[in-house]
Design a protein around this ligand. Structure first.
Ligand code: AMP
Length: 216
């Protein structure tokens, strides 16, 4: 199954992608994770991307398109993939279509996870991540077991771009540059919309029923 997860920052794309990865045994391709790893390793791409990311802006299209083209060509994507956080602009969506066509493939579904802006702000400001194992927590909804520590003992941190002012900018960027993809994929009859408010299990079962019957 070739799947794109669409939705604003904080909609839960990453969390749901991790479950779908296990269920369908296909990789999650998160451009945000790939870029954060590049920033951490201080690669030339990471150094360039950091300023955009810290400001809540999008990294230039050609950089992320290059990342995804390279990733989709790897053998583990042959069975399918879950794109999480890509495409984010119409130009990226056009490039994705071209890349897949050149590989003789296409997108099967675009799942748009919808959450009101007021909920997103609250979700994102409370988000914390473990430096050691990458597990995510929320200071209100998914409280870590020990103060400022993960269940694995790792230190928790707040992403640089999860500060309130940056979050507002990221949400504006989503509305202006990414939300048009809802119509883009709607007109290609690929779009499935899921209400992203509720418990993790609620959302998971809504996604399952939208993908219903898809064996992978
Ligand atoms: P995410 O973890 O998906 O919220 O991404 C974090 C940040 O990485 C975004 O705010 C952007 O700066 C950058 N980023 C991730 N994916 C893309 C993309 N497809 N296009 C441009 N920038 C991206």
């Amino acid at each position: 199954m070739n799947l794109v997860l669409l939705g604003p920052p904080g909609a839960g794309k990453g969390t749901q992608a991790k479950i779908l990865t296990q269920k369908y045994d296909i990789p999650q391709i998160s451009t945000g994770d790939i870029l954060r790893a590049a920033v951490k390793e201080q690669t030339p791409m990471g150094v360039k991307a950091k300023t955009f990311m810290d400001n809540g802006a999008l990294v230039p299209d050609e950089v992320v398109i290059g990342i995804v083209e390279e990733r989709l060509a790897k053998a583990d994507c042959l069975k399918g993939f879950i794109l999480d956080g890509f495409p984010r602009t119409v130009r990226q969506a056009d490039a994705l279509k071209k890349t897949l066509a050149s590989l003789g493939r296409k997108i099967d579904y675009v799942l748009s996870i919808e959450v009101p802006r007021s909920d997103l702000l609250q979700r994102l400001t409370g988000r914390r991540t473990c430096r050691a194992c990458g597990r995510g927590y929320h200071i209100v909804y998914d409280v870590p077991p020990q103060d400022s520590k993960c269940e694995c003992g790792g230190e928790l941190y707040q992403r640089d771009d999860d500060l309130e002012e940056t979050i507002r900018r990221r949400l504006d960027v989503y509305e202006a540059q990414t939300a048009p993809l809802i119509d883009y994929y709607g007109s290609e009859s690929l779009l499935r919309t899921v209400d992203g408010v509720g418990t993790f299990d609620d959302i998971q079962s809504r996604i399952s029923s939208e993908l219903g019957g898809c064996a992978g």
